[in-house]
Design a protein around this ligand. Structure first.
Ligand code: FE2
Ligand code: FE2
Length: 471
């Protein structure tokens, strides 16, 4: 792996300088990216110094530099984990053969589609979050938002590098398209549904980074096993950055829970909403909403595409090499449930066809850890409430359960029962109005809005009252 070049126009560790054509092509794409950032990145605050971490290497200790920087001056770069000598394809029909250093012709279309779908989510989330800076509950939170934003921008760079380097003219066209689609736009929407949903409050932002970024984590884990080596090396490094995004989500919701618990103890006989907090059952409805929306991102429970991707060695399971012994997956089956004649019936499907569901179930295990973490916060306050994950069947629009109605436990219900249940299952307009009403910015040093508790500690050893954003 060449050393990191942080001084050139595009910081990189892929020896860009040795490939003039590629370098020129990416330098041509760069102004478009910066224009997109200016138009669709965080609204305002481009003149303010923000305490950001910037990737400057891929060393496990010390890959990031922390310092105050204006967001438009952020050094978006291309960083791949070092190539493992003699890496072999770790699963599927090509198991054990050398990992591909170039795109095999027969998998070109599939690989391009997968990379574009991943790439599209990165700018989409920046667009969804662009107004949130104006209602930050603290400077600490504002900084975390901007950190997530600039890193999603870097992830776009990571994917665009692959498109430019390995997919010729098609790849360059796709890279242009990534700057043209817009989250929520009717004519040119982002590819995946969840990434077109508006994020108007910080509670949504925390839920999004907890549950939707976590879908990203699992997609990246599956791609980190890919037989296409540059994709594996790219996504491995993205995972390093991604961890912070989920930290923002999990602790963000946790701090909302914490504050609500404090208010409940201070005012045991009244509704915490009256005291400027978010009631626990309301938080639960936001969980139900974002989990169900994010569950759709994995695609259908039974999928011939997923089987094809696994067979060819393009996309594996999370922790494929570490976690599994049988990497061919031709013999196993996977139990799914589907509706037949008005009832849920169990069915065994070939394991390869169930790879989306395998990934979704790993994701669910990870989600549960967040739920447990929030429940421990409630328990510490001696309050009687438990958060729960909704069933994977709840409110699905993609896959076997789309078109049917299920309750939170996954029981099949008719449409009337579903409509009846919704006001207690997902945020109502009243809930949304209440949460919106709390979104007053709090931008004084060391201060925090009333609906959320301060963090247990600051960033990179700095105190909470540090000047994370210089306004
Ligand atoms: Fe990302
Ligand atoms: Fe992320």
């Amino acid at each position: 792996m060449p050393t990191v070049d942080t001084t050139s126009k595009i910081p990189n560790n892929v020896d860009l300088a040795s490939d003039r054509r590629l370098q020129r092509a990416l330098e041509k794409w760069q102004p478009g990216f910066l224009e997109w950032w200016g138009d669709m990145g965080p609204s305002d605050f481009s003149e303010n110094d923000v305490y950001l971490r910037t990737a400057i290497s891929v060393d496990s200790d010390g890959w990031a530099h922390f310092g105050h920087v204006r967001m438009p001056d952020y050094r978006w770069g291309i960083f791949l984990e070092p190539r493992q000598a003699d890496r072999r394809i770790p699963f599927g029909d090509n198991l054990g053969t050398p990992a591909w250093q170039e795109v095999p012709g027969e998998y070109r279309t599939d690989l391009r589609r997968i990379i574009v779908a991943q790439a599209d989510t990165e700018p989409a989330s920046v667009e969804q979050q662009r107004m949130l800076g104006h209602t930050s509950p603290s400077l600490y939170d504002m900084r975390n938002l901007f950190q997530v934003n600039v890193e999603e921008g870097r992830h776009l760079w990571a994917m665009v590098y692959l498109l430019h380097r390995y997919f010729g003219k098609d790849g360059r066209n796709e890279a242009e398209g990534l700057l043209e689609r817009r989250s929520g736009n009717e004519d040119r929407p982002r590819i995946l549904g969840t990434f077109n949903e508006p994020l108007s409050t910080w509670l949504d932002f925390f839920m999004f980074t907890m549950f939707t970024d976590r879908d990203g984590k699992f997609q990246l884990l599956a791609l980190a096993e890919s037989g296409f080596d540059p994709l594996a090396m790219t996504t491995r490094f993205m995972l390093t950055e991604e961890a912070h995004h989920m930290f923002v989500g999990q602790t963000g919701v946790g701090r909302v829970v914490q504050r609500t618990c404090e208010v409940m103890l201070e005012h045991p006989d009244s509704d915490p909403a009256e005291h400027g907090a978010v009631p626990l059952d309301m938080i639960q409805r936001y969980i139900n909403y974002w989990v169900s929306s994010s569950n759709d991102l994995y695609g259908s429970e039974v999928s011939s595409n997923a089987a094809k991707y696994f067979a060819s060695g393009i996309k594996g399971r999370a922790w494929e090499e570490k976690r599994y012994e049988d990497h061919v997956a031709l013999e196993g089956s996977y139990e799914i449930e589907r509706v037949e004649n008005g009832r849920l019936v169990k069915e065994e499907v070939p394991l390869r066809n169930a790879m989306n569901e395998v990934l979704r179930s790993e994701y669910t295990v990870d989600n549960q850890k967040g739920i447990d973490y929030w429940n421990r916060i409630v328990a510490r306050h001696d309050l009687d409430f438990e958060f729960r994950l909704p069933s994977r069947r709840f409110r699905r629009e993609i896959g076997l359960h789309a078109g049917f109605h299920f309750d939170l436990e996954g029981g099949l219900v008719d449409e009337a029962a579903f409509e009846n249940g919704c006001p207690s299952w997902i945020p109502t307009q009243e809930d949304r109005d209440h949460v919106e009403s709390l979104m007053e910015p709090c931008l004084e040093h060391g201060k925090i809005a009333g609906w959320i508790a301060p963090p247990a500690k600051g960033i990179q050893g700095q105190p909470f009252e540090f000047d994370y954003v210089r306004l």
